[in-house]
Design a protein around this ligand. Structure first.
Ligand SMILES: [Zn+2]
Length: 434
């Protein structure tokens, strides 16, 4: 058993090559442990003359709590200077990354702990700050410094990807008019081993995603076989420009959602035309809105009878009924197992939906089917979707909720990548914070 009090203290502080100078114990405040480095006087980097001490600046670092109390490491640093009159080095401060990274306000061990708590366990920054008895910014800056290294300095984080999905996410609303700020999620959606976030880039136009893809090594890009996208022009352009060899696949979820949107538009228009105002609680079409967008097979007999009755009452020309049928037929595209049959089916459906009898909303759906036919049909061969992207978007939503909205994109990026980007947490012990 160790009994020398200074030695005991050093054991408890647990830092290499450090002398403990003393401990401040202010009631109600954090425990302050004063330390200095035990190292020899260094030589000047330029002329190797042994340096002199110029100054002893003190740095206060947030450390891990001890014995249930917040703690601070008071680091009495050495400011050295070169006494050689012929040398212009001047002075410099002694650093030790094993105690703390130069620009951060936390000890190295606290930095790694904080990054794990926030980045992996998804705890809030303020919650962790409360544990350490420090402010929000100290924790947030730390998570970004260690997190960026974990995410961006590991060449193995992004492995080979067979199917790549692009999808938009709203990451915050900014300014007086709460302007929407969009980001693009780049996701590995491969059937096996996929389902993680490769990266996020600012904006939802083609530029960000295209630049990101262009910066990848050529063999990595070549290995991608499928590109999954919503029915939007920008992502189509990204794939056309930077991955022209991949088979583009329209995401089934987005197509079915579009069919539902068109149905909804149609319902609202008919409602307005027949009763002269927007839907109210007692209007038949308004009451039918949930039954309409529900998958047909999920309606029980009662629901079906109800829906038929409400349509009879509120849809005099059968337009909503047609839009409802269109939605159901679009859903049935994904029940077809044969690829060639699916291609024929979508071609025919695109034409049928633009028939003179169909309401304008259904026409519009038909035009989309024609414009995106190849991508829609490609699903039957590829069998990949942005399903994993949706799962990741749910994770992102969780992070956004606990992040209380991110104002800075870089902040948002690191946080969501730590959570959904599958970083190698084993590297947390060895990475160098940025
Ligand atoms: Zn010198």
């Amino acid at each position: 058993m160790e009994t020398d009090p200074i030695r005991v203290c050093e054991l408890l502080v647990g830092l290499p090559d450090v002398d403990v100078l003393g401990v401040d114990d202010e009631p109600g405040g954090p425990l302050r442990v004063h330390v200095e480095c035990r190292d020899q006087r260094p030589g000047c980097a330029q002329c190797t003359t042994v340096a002199w001490v110029k100054d002893r600046p003190r740095v206060e670092l947030v450390d891990l709590p001890v014995f249930g109390r917040p703690a601070r490491l008071m680091w009495h640093k050495h400011r050295w200077w070169c006494p050689n009159p012929g040398c212009d080095t001047g002075s410099w401060t002694g650093e030790n990354p094993r105690i703390a990274a130069a620009r951060l306000k936390v000890t190295d061990r606290a930095g790694r702990w904080v990054t794990y708590q926030v980045g992996r366990l998804g705890r809030t920054v303020s919650e962790v700050a409360r544990d350490l008895g420090c402010d929000w910014h100290t924790v947030n800056d730390t998570v970004l410094a260690y997190g960026e290294a974990l995410v961006d300095d590991d060449p193995d984080r992004i492995g080979d990807v067979a199917a790549l999905g692009l999808d938009e996410t709203l990451f915050c609303r900014q300014g007086r008019w709460r302007r929407q700020q969009w980001a693009t999620s780049i996701v590995d959606v491969s059937a096996d081993g996929g389902g993680y976030l490769l990266d996020v880039v600012a904006g939802r136009d083609a530029t960000g995603a295209s630049a990101w893809l262009a910066a990848r090594p050529a063999p990595w890009r070549k290995a991608i076989r499928f590109g999954v996208l919503d029915l939007s022009g920008p992502y189509r352009k990204t794939f056309d420009d930077t991955l022209d060899h991949v088979v583009q696949v329209a995401d089934p979820f987005h197509l079915i959602r579009l069919a539902n949107q068109k149905l909804d538009e149609c319902r609202r228009r008919v409602q307005n035309e027949t009763i002269g105002h927007r839907g109210r609680r007692d209007d038949p079409l308004y009451r039918a809105r949930r039954l309409l967008t529900k998958a047909h097979e999920r309606l029980d007999d009662r629901g079906e009878t109800r829906l038929a009755g409400l349509l009879r009452a509120g849809d005099p020309h059968g337009e909503v009924r047609t839009a409802w049928h269109a939605k159901e037929v679009v859903r049935s595209i994904y029940h077809i197992t044969d690829c060639d049959l699916a291609a024929e089916f979508v071609t025919q459906l695109g034409a049928d939906l633009q028939d003179d009898d169909c309401p304008p909303e259904v026409h519009s759906l038909g035009r989309t089917l024609v414009r995106w036919r190849d991508q829609i049909v490609a699903w039957h061969r590829a069998r990949v979707s942005n399903g994993p992207t949706e799962a990741i978007n749910n994770l992102i939503k969780r992070i956004k909720r606990i992040g209380f909205g991110f104002r800075r994109f870089s902040n948002y990026r690191i946080r969501v990548l730590l959570y959904a980007g599958r970083p190698n947490w084993d590297l947390l012990a060895t990475i160098t914070p940025r």
